[in-house]
Ligand binder design. Structure first.
Ligand SMILES: *Cc1c(COP(=O)(O)O)cnc(C)c1O
Length: 411
């Protein structure tokens, strides 16, 4: 193995290794058991919360911003504990846990936008976030402009309007993996009194949003924090108290709450996220490097590679990578042949989402929507998520798949 390759393997995984102590410790010092106790918190279920007096109930109601609940719909003790842990991990001030990663995108948009506001979304944004802007937000009188994810400061400045309230970013972008210049986006947004919201689902742990000027950080806890493909949950984190009041009010008004079992599973998943990602990010890079050497492959969309869009920002801002990347095939290969290859893979499940312990594949070409010219790769493209399987087994499976691809495209 060359030094370069060792360097790169270190680079994709070292942030996860350094992060592991925090993941094990976060939030566990809250109750030091006096006479012994379990390592993990218990699960309390409830709707009604009882108080000794009306005044005690009113006092608790006034503390809703301090992660207290007068009623189960405002969150359970385990939800509030998970919120404190996520805030620590993201380096923010407060976190609101919501019912899904998608509601982690829609809730802050509803909280901070109003009729006649203008919203900037990257063309590479997660599909359901695009749909929300194009339908519900449009109906409420919010206008959305799509910007190229690799926009520069003057390009973005030209798109800002007096009523631009939110610049939304997602880095790297869904399916096409453009790493955005978040520092620049923050500077331009703030110069125009807009907020910068970031969907940080890919980079949780290896990209510190608030250190880069982000105001609202979003993540799908469904992915790596849950880590086992058995729950749906989201989190919204803010870096300032005044933003927290707006977000918390919106979450309460929308009835955003998460079930205690899912919060408990997410807390458990977080404890092993560092070691899972340390392994998965390395295997992903090894698979990506193998694919990169194959004649059928035009480009691998992995931020660690120089020819992947925004590689320089990944080098500058990230302390690691996750295990999700894209593969662009040569443009003389057909989408049909790619689909035959995907059907032929044995170890890669065909299915939505990612972040679990298992490998997954989905076509990008034909599966995602873009509205700006030049936003899509030229050749047929698919997305891989790399799980905890053995790297040699995954490569052998892909090798078989590429043989099917060749046979199908010759036939
Ligand atoms: C999966 C995903 C979401 C949505 O998360 P769900 O929990 O599945 O609703 C949002 N943003 C990104 C970037 C995602 O990958």
């Amino acid at each position: 193995m060359s030094t370069d390759q060792n360097d790169l393997l270190h680079r994709v995984s070292h942030g996860w290794a350094r992060f592991s102590t925090l993941l094990v410790q976060a939030g566990r010092d809250e109750e030091v058991p006096v006479r012994g106790g379990y390592v993990n918190p218990g699960i309390e279920r409830g709707s009604t919360v009882l108080f000794p007096s009306l005044e005690a109930m009113a006092e608790n109601g006034r503390r809703a911003y301090a992660h207290e609940s007068i009623y189960g719909a405002m969150g359970s003790p385990i939800q509030h504990r998970l919120e404190r842990v996520i805030a620590l991990i993201e380096g923010g001030v407060h976190t609101q846990v919501v019912s899904s990663g998608l509601s982690a995108c829609t809730t802050p948009l509803l909280a901070f936008l109003e009729a006649r506001s203008h919203l900037l979304l990257p063309d590479s944004v997660y599909g359901p976030t695009r749909r929300f802007a194009d339908t519900m937000l449009a109906r409420m009188g919010v206008e959305t402009t799509y910007y190229p994810p690799m926009v520069d400061a003057s390009g973005l400045t030209a798109l800002m309007r007096p009523n631009t309230r939110v610049v939304f970013a997602e880095s790297p972008g869904s399916h096409t993996f453009e790493v955005q210049d978040v520092k620049m986006l923050a500077a331009v947004a703030h110069a125009h009194e807009a907020l910068l919201m970031l969907d940080n689902t890919w980079g949780i742990g290896v990209f510190q949003p608030f250190a880069h000027g982000v105001d609202v950080s979003i993540q799908a806890l469904t992915k790596y924090p849950g880590g086992h493909s058995d729950l749906i949950l989201g989190a919204v984190t803010v870096g300032q108290e005044d933003h927290w009041k707006v977000l918390r009010d919106a979450a309460i008004q929308l009835g955003q709450v998460a079930g205690p079992d899912d919060c408990w599973l997410t807390l458990r998943g977080l404890r092993t996220m560092g070691v899972r990602l340390e392994r998965q990010s390395r295997t992903a890079l090894q698979v990506a490097q193998w694919l990169r050497g194959r004649p059928e492959v035009a480009r691998v969309l992995h931020p660690a590679f120089v020819d992947s869009p925004g590689h320089e920002f990944w080098m500058r801002d990230f302390s690691g990578a996750s295990a999700l990347f894209g593969v662009e095939l040569q443009d003389d290969l057909s989408v049909e042949a790619m689909r035959d290859m995907i059907d032929a893979l044995a170890l890669f499940g065909i299915g939505a989402s990612w972040g679990g312990y298992e490998s997954l594949v989905l076509p990008t070409t034909g599966g995602v929507r873009r509205t700006l010219a030049g936003s899509m790769p030229v050749g047929p493209t698919f997305r891989l998520h790399i799980g905890l399987e053995d790297v040699a087994d995954l490569i052998a499976d892909l090798k078989g798949g590429l043989e099917v691809l060749r046979a199908s495209s010759a036939g």
